[in-house]
Each structure stands twice: as C-alpha cells, then as structure tokens.
Design a protein around this ligand. Structure first.
Ligand SMILES: [Zn+2]
Length: 65
C-alpha cells in the first residue's frame, strides 16, 4: 500500500523519508547506505523500508468510483 506515517514498532515518523529512499535505491545505491544517510538506525524502521511494497498505483487501477 503506502508507507506508514510512523514506524509500527517504535513510532518514529518515517513517511517523509520514503521518496528519497526509493529514488536513491533506483539510482543504484545500496539500501543499507541510504538508510544510514537518512538516520534510520533501528532494526524495526529498517525492516519497514526493506520489506515495503508500493502497491497504491496498482490498486488505483481497480478503483470503482
Ligand atoms: Zn522503528
């Protein structure tokens, strides 16, 4: 879906970092390095970014109204 506003486990606001993370990873940077740069130190926040799948565009195709 869309990235959660806050980390589900620790509550740190993370949504504002998602676009930058996505851009840099698409350009070929290592996800670990990008997360270090963005200040995502905790394992919970890092796992959120590594496992997230942006499916909102796919879901929008099936929107009825
Ligand atoms: Zn966290």
């Amino acid at each position: 879906m869309i990235i959660p506003i806050r980390c589900i486990t620790c509550g740190k606001p993370v949504a504002h970092l998602w676009e930058e993370f996505k851009e840099k990873v698409a350009k070929g940077m290592e996800p670990g390095e990008v997360m270090d740069e963005l200040g995502l130190d905790r394992a919970c926040c890092r796992s959120l970014f590594l496992t997230h799948v942006d499916s909102i565009d796919l879901i929008n195709k099936f929107k009825k109204y």
